[in-house]
Design a protein around this ligand. Structure first.
Ligand code: AVJ
Ligand code: FE
Length: 444
């Protein structure tokens, strides 16, 4: 396995340190001018994310967990995501780059002091501190903003500032994998009541009946997606929901975000470089409407969220839901492309060591996968520790994404983790795979 230290406080310290190294790697090589600039109205200036990370840490670790007065409570209103939408954040009285770095570092010093002082044993009654939950929550919060900052890097114009080695080529058997795998029907346990740092929307564990279905072995590739484009998929209303069709017309969609036509083929802008669209990589930067339309064109559909989780966690041999497709051990580089070790998804068919019992690959890592499902609470949901993490987003306007992408930290990515966004959003690192019902008798 790849499991880190067993002691919750040591694990929390390591997770917070890893998050901070990544935050600095995303902001240190950027000029002050570019940190302050807004690269897209969909995103905050990077310097806002940086100080927001510090402010949330002050709020939860220094003030809530530590019971201390805090460093700059006067900044709360500047860094409250709910008070100012992203588009308007450049107008806020934000800390400058140097001040933001110093603030985040000062908060970190005090939160580490709190961590050293509090009891984080798993059996203490306060759920915020038991198993160092709130520290794990803040490590996940920082890593989620790091992923958002990575999306800002992808949106920004100008020469590349980030670099990483390419993932290894696909294994020899990638070309001969079956197109789809069968996930057997029956009940499975969805969600968790035991994963120590699972967030409120992943809880509680509950039984869901999922009939047998077929699922794509790997995510839909750029090559497959180009067939949809070439077949006139963006011009044929038959494949789109009414809202999706309206959006295609209004937004003038004709290919994934960042793609440009180049003769008969396509190029894309990828972290400051222009490259031919790589045929064998999972498609990236498509919205839910595009994923849904592709699936209908292919005679298929998106998997529901329950189907996705069953494929990723259910072990037919034991009847148990596991933490990951391959078992309970934390992800390593063999299992999944996570943690921004690479700046792109691995080719379809990669990571046989991370396969699910059905044979499905790359459920974890590479690209977020759109599901058919709205973001709804599980039966028995309770908001914890604040309504603004999940509860205020429940409802039909958000669609669920699963599995994490190459820029998602392993501390965030579990078989139970739920992400969500508007069905029009494309700047996130999202792709998809498709599914279909099994025929009666198949996989019963
Ligand atoms: C779970 C990724 C949708 O970025 O809006 C960050 C995570 N919540 N700060 C987001 C989050 C509060 C959230 N997502
Ligand atoms: Fe946040």
């Amino acid at each position: 396995g790849h499991d880190g230290p067993a002691d919750p406080a040591a694990r929390a310290r390591a997770a917070l340190e890893a998050a901070r190294s990544r935050t600095l790697a995303l902001t240190d090589p950027v000029s002050d001018e570019e940190l302050i600039a807004q690269h897209s109205r969909l995103m905050s200036p990077l310097v806002w994310d940086l100080a927001h990370i510090g402010n949330q840490e002050e709020l939860w670790l220094v003030r809530e967990a530590g019971g201390r007065p805090g460093l700059r409570p006067d900044l709360d209103h500047v860094y409250d995501a709910f008070q100012t939408p992203r588009a308007d954040r450049p107008g806020l009285p934000m800390l400058g780059p140097g001040e933001a770095r110093a603030y985040a570092a000062a908060v970190r010093a005090e939160s580490m002091d709190v961590l050293a002082a509090v009891d984080t044993s798993p059996d203490r009654p306060e759920p915020l501190l038991a198993g160092a939950f709130v520290f794990g929550m803040l490590a996940q919060h920082e890593q989620q903003h790091d992923e958002t900052m990575l999306a800002t890097h992808q949106l920004r114009r100008g020469p590349a500032v980030l670099d990483a080695p390419a993932p290894p080529p696909a294994p020899a058997d990638a070309a001969s994998l079956p197109r789809e795998v069968l996930v057997p029907g029956g009940p499975f346990t969805m969600g968790t009541s035991t994963e120590p740092w699972a967030l409120d929307n992943e809880r509680p564990a509950h039984t869901v009946e999922v009939p047998a279905f077929w699922l794509d072995t790997v995510p839909v590739t750029n090559a497959a997606y180009q067939e949809f484009i070439a077949a006139g998929g963006y011009r044929d209303p038959r494949w789109w929901t009414p809202e999706g069709w309206r959006h295609v017309k209004d937004a003038g969609l004709e290919a994934p975000l960042f793609w440009s036509r180049d003769g008969d083929g396509w190029t894309r802008r990828h972290f400051g470089l222009v490259e031919p669209v790589p045929a064998d990589e999972p498609v990236l930067h498509v919205c839910w409407y595009e994923a849904d339309a592709y699936a209908r064109w292919a005679g298929r559909r998106l998997p529901t969220e329950a189907e996705w989780e069953k494929a990723a966690r259910h072990d037919p041999a034991s009847g148990r839901s596991r933490r990951y497709p391959w078992g309970d051990a934390d992800p390593g580089p063999e299992q999944a492309n996570l943690g921004q070790r690479h700046l792109r998804p691995a080719p379809a068919g990669s990571h046989p060591a991370g396969a699910a019992p059905s044979g499905a690959r790359q459920l974890i890592g590479d690209v977020w996968e759109w599901t058919a499902s709205d973001f709804d609470p599980y039966p028995g949901f309770t908001a914890f520790p604040y309504k603004e993490y999940s509860e205020v987003f429940f409802g039909p306007e958000y669609k669920v994404l699963r599995g994490g992408a190459f820029g998602v930290s392993p501390v965030v990515c579990r078989g139970t983790f739920r992400n969500w966004d508007y069905p029009i959003r494309r700047q996130i690192f999202a792709g998809f795979r498709t599914a279909r019902d099994a025929a009666p008798g198949e996989g019963a």
